[in-house]
Design a protein around this ligand. Structure first.
Ligand code: LRH
Ligand code: MN
Ligand code: MN
Length: 423
């Protein structure tokens, strides 16, 4: 954990400037008829889950270059998550991946409590073989030709739910790598039907108050067809399963230029939007830090979410990233703050004016209304929310001043690089 005294000392050096900036922004927003305190409260109420696997250094299929002091296990990962939340006050929960994070639930709960975080949606993993699963997922899992492989994959999902139940989680996210590499390799229709029937069995095992999210992805590891390739297949799945099934949108899982905010709007319309895996990308599932490549797109997605707030959407917001060249803790803090920033900026949109311009077919002023919100620098609001909640005005500089990575590097042995892989 980062010492509270250090956070306070670091904040002291930045507080006067922050208060001046906050007052100036408050005056500016006041002239626009916006109450800065209300925005600050929204920023304080914001939370996004950190993926446990994001705290490790990622890699590509070519190589992995390990960082210093990488977490050895889920308990080290939870320590890192505690640091991220302590500094940003924006990541109160962690999303676990099973079997990567398998451990005694009582120990997990105790550790989470000690570092001040809770647990968000659980993620199952049937996209790689498990040491204790006799059958291979090489040719698929929930959609596999062989009933025995499907049964094994279903069982794994049920076990993941069971672990999650003990941790206070309320949702299971299912992403499968099933698909084909060659036209003709598999019957696409029958493959999807097998997937649906497996998902129905998992759905039957959902405890009271739980939801299941289906996560689509255009390609990779399958390079010709993927069973849950797009939001169409995901929506079909959620609709066929029932009320407790929703769709999860991972921003990196679309072709370049796809209008993700429109997908979000459609899923809201269908009552099937369940949550997000936030990240950013330029080409594919790049898993780059949120808001670092296309911040306007992130804003436009939040614009849809804020617009739909009256519908009382109960969404699971998670980050899903892989960090190859940065300190994962720093990247995850940047992402949490950027996602929070987009949320606050979207809260600034003059919706009455926007609606009027839309009704009058005034395309220019409608788009200018959105950009006016996006252009507003809300950093003083985010920093003030952090300060008041006990976090750091500047999370990155405070983290660097703490020497946390050096400290943990002394007790966490350097891992080997080796081949590729996402974790
Ligand atoms: C697949 C994915 C999915 C997995 C995670 C590790 O690309 O986005 O959410 O669970 O990465
Ligand atoms: Mn994902
Ligand atoms: Mn992904």
């Amino acid at each position: 954990m980062i010492d509270k005294g250090l956070i306070e000392a670091e904040n002291k050096t930045r507080e006067a400037a922050l208060r001046a900036d906050y007052a100036a922004l408050g005056e500016h927003l006041d002239r626009r008829g916006i109450d800065i305190a209300a925005l600050k409260d929204r920023a304080k109420g914001f939370g996004v889950a950190v993926p446990s696997w994001g705290t490790g250094t990622g890699g590509t299929r070519f190589a992995r270059f390990p960082g210093e002091g990488e977490p050895r296990d889920i308990f080290d990962k939870l320590d890192d998550c505690g640091v991220i939340h302590g500094l940003t006050q924006a990541t109160p929960t962690v999303s676990l991946h099973i079997p990567w994070d398998k451990a005694d639930p009582a120990d997990l709960l105790a550790k989470a409590e000690a570092v001040g975080v809770g647990f968000d949606a659980m993620n199952s993993n049937t996209f790689q073989d498990h040491a204790d699963h006799p059958l291979s997922y090489k040719y698929g899992s929930l959609s596999h030709m062989d009933k025995a492989v499907r049964a094994q994959a279903i069982e794994h999902n049920l076990e993941t739910i069971e672990i999650g139940e003990k941790l206070g989680s309320k949702a299971l996210t299912v992403w499968i790598g099933d698909g084909t590499n060659f036209p003709g390799q598999s019957h696409m229709g029958r493959q999807f039907e097998r997937y649906l029937s497996s998902m129905k069995e998992i759905y039957q095992g959902l405890p009271e108050g739980w939801q299941i999210f289906s996560e689509h992805k255009i390609y990779e590891p399958a390079f010709y067809s993927t069973v849950v390739q797009d939001w169409g297949s995901s929506l079909l799945t959620a609709q066929e399963l029932g009320d407790k099934a929703k769709c999860l949108v991972d921003l990196g899982h679309h072709a370049p230029n796809v209008n993700i905010e429109m997908i979000v709007s459609r899923l809201i319309h269908a009552g099937k939007l369940g949550g997000f895996h936030f990240n950013d990308s330029k080409y594919g599932d790049d898993d780059l830090d949120s808001g670092t490549i296309e911040p306007y797109r992130l804003f436009l997605i939040w614009n849809e979410l804020v617009d739909a707030e009256s519908a009382d959407l109960d969404l699971a917001h998670m980050i899903d990233q892989s960090h190859n060249v940065t300190d994962p803790i720093e990247s995850l803090m940047i992402s949490a703050c950027e996602i929070q920033r987009a949320y606050v900026q979207a809260s600034l949109v003059d919706r009455a004016a926007l609606g009027g311009f839309q009704d009058a077919n005034d395309a220019l002023m409608a788009s200018a209304t959105l950009r006016a919100a996006f252009r507003t620098d809300v950093e003083p609001i985010l920093a003030m929310a952090r300060l008041e909640a006990g976090g750091a005005i500047d999370p990155i500089l405070t983290y660097r001043a703490s020497g946390y990575r050096k400290q943990v590097a002394a007790v966490r042995p350097k891992s080997t690089g080796g081949g590729g892989g996402i974790v």
